[in-house]
Design a protein around this ligand. Structure first.
Ligand SMILES: C[S@@+](CC[C@H](N)C(=O)[O-])C[C@H]1O[C@@H](n2cnc3c(N)ncnc32)[C@H](O)[C@@H]1O
Length: 178
């Protein structure tokens, strides 16, 4: 079972991500994935919400972003941003694994910069597989571990197959014949 990091570590990370987002805007990275208006997106391990907010602009008022994180400060931060900009299409979920969404209800799931932190990645990948629609995609960014290792973590579950490699993202299709 994962534990969230100390508050100071989360706050430092949030500050660093502000700078990161100035150099490489989240919107640019999301262009690698075919997010459409009206899509339902899961941003699992949303952190301070850089990709949550960027995706919310793309899916528009008919879509929805479910922003999930283990850290109470992530949930607080995303909610604060949602309130400030009056986003109506973002919901937060505080969790270390179970997402609580319906089966096959999500078009695209993001696992961005989180794989390396998971003590039991297969549990979370299984839960993501459950909520993704049959044609749904899993998009992953791999950090702090070798790229092939990140791909292997996802594929060894037998639930996803790498479909496309972008500059920053790896997109996997859902395997439905289990
Ligand atoms: C390095 S941050 C990445 C944040 C965001 N995805 C981004 O790229 O800007 C990883 C996030 O995953 C969260 N996290 C780690 N383990 C988790 C778990 N088991 N369940 C949910 N969230 C988790 C952390 O709290 C942290 O906010």
């Amino acid at each position: 079972m994962d534990k969230h990091y100390p508050n100071f570590a989360f706050k430092s990370m949030s500050f660093i991500f502000k700078l990161r987002d100035l150099f490489i805007p989240p919107e640019e990275i999301l262009k690698e994935i075919e997010i459409k208006q009206g899509y339902k997106i899961l941003d699992y391990g949303c952190g301070p919400g850089s990709f949550t907010l960027a995706a919310a602009k793309i899916v528009g008022s008919t879509g929805k972003i479910h922003a999930a994180d283990i850290h109470p400060l992530a949930i607080k931060k995303v909610r604060k941003k949602v309130a400030r900009k009056d986003y109506k299409n973002i919901e937060t979920i505080q969790t270390s694994c179970e997402i609580g969404l319906d089966d096959e209800s999500i078009d695209i799931a993001l696992l961005f910069d989180i794989l390396h932190e998971l003590s039991e990645p297969e549990r979370i990948i299984k839960e993501v597989h459950r909520v993704l629609k049959k044609e749904g995609k899993l998009s992953v960014t791999i950090h702090h571990i070798k790229e092939h290792k990140g791909v292997e973590i996802v594929e060894r579950t037998g639930l996803f197959k790498l479909e496309n490699k972008g500059k920053k993202t790896h997109t996997f299709k859902k395997i439905t014949q289990l």
